[in-house]
Ligand binder design. Structure first.
Ligand code: HEC
Ligand code: HEC
Length: 265
């Protein structure tokens, strides 16, 4: 049984604070479903007026209590709000190097990214979400050029029945070793591999590999999410795509092994 670490529990507390704030604070600031208004009400505080991630809340991992500054997770530098100006997106169903689809963005905006303290927006309807997406696309010219061609079609994610079996996890372990996931993620998947201290993301910030024994994943703990992460790669983060180097079957066995690392089987 994996125990949550203290830092993560505090993180969840900070996250809940923002969820509550996002429900109460902006509801009076927009009256229409105009994307700019919604962005300014719900996103600007973190992502900034220019979409460059320089909103007021760049200090998210810190909070004050009884006059003292606390850091939610001292080694985790990865929680900076995203800069949209270079149009690099991590959480996609599209292959590495492609822009996300509108439905990828809509899903992300609806669910938020609890681990990165980004609140969910499940109360918005489809047309409100579409108008925010339209607005965040104005922060980068790359969207106008629209480089997504036919090779950028979303990947198929069809979980086979053997995922989660011990036999599949044993095969996945061999793939984990062969592909050197441990260089970054560590032998036990604790995010502490030999390269873990040297990774700088596309926005110039140090970033830690995922700790599989932690209680929070940016993409959720669903088997499909893991499969998506190592199939598409998380662009900009240093987490590579393995769709060229591993077959679909190998990637699903790898999912089984990561489920084992996470204490799910
Ligand atoms: C409390 C701060 C906060 C608020 C409010 C917030 N975000 Fe974020 N958002 C973040 C952080 C932090 C990240 C970076 C997560 C990462 O890189 O792992 C992020 C990342 C993103 C991404 C990039 C996802 C990807 O695939 O790489 C998008 C798109 C996004 N936010 C949209 C929005 C929109 C739209 C809103 C308003 C409806 C919003 N965010 C509100 C903190 C916030
Ligand atoms: C070069 C370093 C590196 C290698 C090699 C690497 N990863 Fe990662 N991985 C990362 C980083 C950095 C992140 C965190 C990205 C973030 O937080 O935005 C990550 C994130 C992930 C996630 C997403 C976790 C979440 O929060 O949802 C999964 C799943 C994952 N890696 C699996 C693997 C597997 C399996 C392998 C081997 C096939 C692998 N990684 C190899 C650096 C690496």
């Amino acid at each position: 049984m994996i125990k949550c670490k203290k830092g993560e529990l505090i993180g969840i507390f900070v996250f809940l604070f923002f969820v509550t704030a996002s429900i109460f604070v902006p509801s009076t600031t927009y009256a229409t479903d105009d994307g700019k208004n919604l962005y300014e009400g719900r996103c600007l505080l973190c992502h900034g007026p220019l979409g460059d991630g320089k909103g007021l809340v760049k200090v998210l991992p810190h909070f004050y209590k009884f006059g003292k500054l606390y850091t939610t997770k001292p080694r985790d530098f990865t929680q900076k709000p995203r800069d949209f100006t270079n149009a690099v997106f991590k959480f996609r169903t599209t292959p590495s190097g492609c822009l996300p689809t509108d439905s990828d963005l809509a899903e992300l905006i609806k669910n938020g990214i609890p681990k990165a303290y980004m609140p969910p927006n499940g109360d918005l309807n489809q047309s409100e979400i579409s108008s925010i997406i339209k607005y965040i696309k104005t922060f980068s010219k790359i969207w106008e050029e629209n480089p997504n061609d036919a090779s950028c079609a979303p990947i198929a994610i069809n979980k086979p029945d053997y995922v989660g079996t011990l036999e599949s996890a044993a095969k996945g372990k061999q793939i984990w070793v062969k592909m050197k996931c441990a260089d970054c993620h560590g032998e036990q998947g604790r995010g502490d591999g030999p390269k873990s201290g040297d990774i700088i993301d596309d926005w110039g910030n140090p970033i830690l590999p995922f700790d599989f024994t932690s209680c929070a994943a940016k993409m959720t703990f669903k088997p499909e999410s893991g499969y998506r992460a190592f199939s598409t790669g998380l662009s900009g983060s240093g987490m590579p795509s393995y769709s060229d180097s591993l077959s679909e079957e190998e990637r699903w066995h790898l999912v089984s092994y990561t489920l084992m690392l996470m204490g799910k089987i």
